[in-house]
Write a protein that binds this ligand. Sequence first.
Ligand code: PLP
Length: 391
Amino acid sequence: MGNCQKNNKMMELSALSKVISPTLSRQLFMMAKQYDDVIDFTLGDPDIPTPKAICEAAYSAAINGHTRYAPNAGLPALRDDIAKQVSKESGIEYTAKNVAVTIGATEAVYMSFMACINPGDEVIILAPYWVQYENIVKLLGGKPVIIDTFKDGFEPDLNVIWKAINEKTKAIIVNSPNNPSGYVYKASFLKELAEMASANHILVFDDEAYRSLVYDHEFTSIAEYCHKEDVVIINSFSKEFAMTGWRVGYVVADEQFINAVVKFQQNIAVCVSTPNQYAAIEAITNTDKYAGGIKDVFTKRREVLIRELNKIEKISFQEPQGTFYAFIDISKTGLDSKTFCFDLLEKRHVAVIPGVAFGEAFDNYIRLAFTLNEDKIIEGVSRIDEYIKYI
Ligand SMILES: Cc1ncc(COP(=O)(O)O)c(C=O)c1O
């Protein structure tokens, strides 16, 4: 009896483990697996294989003995390549010391937040948003302050942001091109936002995970308008090079900030897999060769998706300017986003993500990831059309 009580106590989960719930995206993704004929538009995980030469670079590194721990901050050559590329893109001068290589952008976001958020600090998140931002802020005892941005083409209202700022505001997260809306923020907005953040001593987190996937629009990085010490740039090899499973991303920031991130890396994962960092070197040193082809694939899929979606009555959407997501307004169906998605999966075997997963104000939206081939996109959208007709 005594032993039994002891065991129960041992297995009692921490308060931290209860702060967040499994994401709706994962839930739908797992449920979709039960249907053999499912068309799965849930995850932002392209079906495109990583370019062969990138795979070979990892293989060759491993065969040639690069199988041991890498430095906590990443391989010097990779840090150097990233610093050169980000300096060119942002207009801010960075060196390898300003770079930490991370396990995807996910770990980059996590460790960057760890480096600056204290319990009680407020972090402004522009909705709709990638849900991990909110979860990570909460895990660190911070307070996510959500600003909805759907009124004017997903362009956030600067006045609303300004009103949300107070002495507890520590940071603001900007994700352009945006997951899930596919929206690309205008340069004029980003300039004003950067100035507002700087005047109020707020750190800008600039998540550029989709910067290579912009269609018919000008991409501007908010970093172009920031001072070096005011901005933390986060990026990933996942989407640009179809390398989601390799888990390589990075943080670029002020050297002191990077030193804090590296201290966390030493205690969390030691380093990113060494052969995978060699693969990343091959990718980043030949960006045009690899990223261009991947973008071409999504450009075609986007066209097909838009064409097919336009055939459906009772939905409306803005054409995605970037990313590989379409965010679709389903208000006219009369269903909330969760009911729509679970029912669509059960009745038509099509998996999409409820808008509410990206902010409470988006319960009249669904997100489709066009990470599937064109035939599947056509079949999936046709099933959505059938579903909506018979609601
Ligand atoms: C906006 C955004 N940031 C960061 C990530 C993380 O990407 P990864 O950890 O694969 O580099 C994602 C993944 O979907 C994302 O959508």
